[in-house]
Design a protein around this ligand. Structure first.
Ligand code: HEM
Length: 219
């Protein structure tokens, strides 16, 4: 049994770890703007990093493990906090502020579920290679280019990235609040700005490669 503040801290720290991950992943994806080779070399280095101290894909698996732990912590703390909030909320508990707060937490809930579904689809597509969009399964760069030549796939990614933008925008603000960085008017302004900036940078950065491919800038 964890205290609510402990759970909020768990959610904030695991969430900030995801912020680091998405920024890192977005940066890696942008290498496709340089060339197919730059992207493929990057994908290859992710697997050979720290060899021979670690085996092939050793670092990648350690990193994947940290992501799985962060996801477990994030989902566990979210579910526990929500079930506590539901129990605490009486039948007649209907003040405006609580309704507004629960609206944004509802968005976080459904947005979070949508993101998990997207990540499962995404892993099936690019990591497990179970879903093969666009035909030929060649190098990582070729797979990405062939896939995003399909407008319907780009649409799925645009929708997922909008969900990510909303989740990041509110999540960064909530994490700042939990960490005590919203106590003054000035710090609230910065926390708000951080949420907007991180979500905008991530989403624009992720959208550049699929849109560049769709419109033929990258072939
Ligand atoms: C346009 C946007 C995106 C593109 C083009 C893209 C592309 C890729 C590619 C090519 C891989 C396979 C990497 C490899 O095995 O070398 C991958 C893996 C992955 N992506 Fe994305 N991605 C995008 C957005 C996202 C987003 C928004 C998330 C999370 C919210 C995400 C989460 C992941 C995860 C968890 C992996 C697995 C990493 C691993 O192998 O352990 N991706 N992505």
């Amino acid at each position: 049994m964890h205290s609510s503040i402990g759970l909020k801290l768990m959610m904030a720290v695991s969430g900030l770890y995801f912020v680091f991950f998405v920024l890192f992943h977005m940066y890696g994806n942008l290498k496709i703007l340089a060339s197919h080779e730059a992207f493929d070399t990057y994908a290859h280095h992710l697997r050979t990093m720290f060899e021979p101290i670690l085996p092939y894909e050793g670092f990648l698996w350690i990193f994947r493990l940290t992501l799985i732990i962060a996801l477990a912590a994030h989902v566990y703390s979210a579910l526990t906090l929500w079930s506590r909030a539901n129990t605490a909320r009486g039948a007649k508990y209907e003040v405006k502020k609580a309704a507004a707060a629960s609206l944004s937490s509802k968005w976080m809930r459904w947005g979070g579920i949508a993101l998990i579904l997207f990540v499962l689809f995404h892993l099936a597509q690019f990591t497990l290679l179970w879903i093969n969009v666009g035909g030929y399964r060649g190098t990582p760069a070729e797979r990405v280019v062939l896939a995003f030549q399909q407008p319907w796939l780009v649409l799925i990614y645009v929708i997922a990235l909008l969900a990510l933008a909303m989740h990041l925008r509110h999540g960064v603000w909530s994490a700042c609040q939990t960490l005590g960085w919203t106590n003054t008017a000035n710090s609230r302004r910065y926390a708000n700005l951080a949420g907007v900036a991180i979500s905008a940078i991530t989403v624009i950065g992720f959208l550049i490669p699929p849109l560049a491919i769709l419109f033929g800038v990258i072939q």
